[in-house]
Write a protein that binds this ligand. Structure first.
Ligand SMILES: [Zn+2]
Ligand SMILES: [Zn+2]
Length: 127
């Protein structure tokens, strides 16, 4: 009895990933251009203005953190500079995958519970 894994042709997965990535990029270009048409090229948080070369530091943030939600009226978009965008996502880390490299601030498990405390007294008693 041998369990065979279904083998897909090599590279197929890469191709799918590349395709998805390209699609995402295109979509991003699409809503980026549209958001720039709708909104002034200013960071909605810090008010920095962008033009020309540094315009790529101005990014489109999705208010509901759903990058698939791109209403043509721009109601889900907010123009944020890279820094403010980072901050924004740091606040809603659980809800989004943007900037997955940032370290989380998850609460450390409390150390008040020591599972061996009882064992210790138990052993001491036995001795
Ligand atoms: Zn900003
Ligand atoms: Zn965002």
């Amino acid at each position: 009895m041998s369990t065979k894994k279904t083998q897909e042709s090599p590279g197929a997965e890469d191709r799918v990933v590349a395709m998805a990535r390209r699609e995402r990029d295109q979509r991003e270009q699409g809503y980026r251009a549209q958001a720039f048409k709708l909104y002034p090229r200013i960071c909605a948080r810090c008010g920095r203005e962008f033009s020309g070369k540094n315009l790529r530091e101005l990014t489109v943030h999705h208010k509901d953190h759903n990058h698939d939600n791109n209403p043509p009226d721009g109601s889900n978009w907010e123009l944020l500079c890279l820094y403010c965008h980072d901050n924004e996502h740091a606040r809603y880390q659980a809800a989004d995958s943007y900037g997955s490299g940032t370290s989380g601030e998850e609460p450390a498990p409390s150390a008040s519970h020591t599972p061996f405390a009882n064992l210790d007294t138990l052993l001491n008693h036995k001795k």
